[in-house]
Every structure is written in C-alpha cells, then in structure tokens.
Design a binder for this molecule. Sequence first.
Ligand code: SF4
Length: 63
Amino acid sequence: MKVCVNKDQCIGCGACAAIEPNVFEIGDDGLSNVLVEKVPEENKDNVIEAIDSCPTSAIEEEN
Ligand code: SF4
C-alpha cells in the first residue's frame, strides 16, 4: 500500500498525523507529508482510518 497527499486539497488540520504519526507529518509548509515509501503492514489500519477521517479527502491511495 502506498499513499500520497494532494497538497491542493490538504488544509493542514493534522488529523492524519494524529492518527498515524509514523506515516504522516505536518511539514514546514503547514501541510501533510507522507514519510514512508510504502506503508508498513502494522500501520495500514490507521492509514485507512486517516483516509476516511481526512475532511477534504486529500489522502489518496496508490497502487
Ligand atoms: S487529514 Fe487531510 S486535510 Fe488534514 S492534514 Fe491530513 S491530509 Fe491534510
């Protein structure tokens, strides 16, 4: 599983980083960055929760 954040849609609310700080962080630009190339197995459930929780649907799953 790979994810990316659409910076045009992210509003920097921090929800994703709060849910899964191993995968998402709020960067210097105030927007979410993805920290990993591939989501570790143990972080997948939280990443799916983050995707569902993002208020602007900015987190996209890549195949
Ligand atoms: S939850 Fe969505 S809008 Fe909020 S910081 Fe993460 S990607 Fe951006």
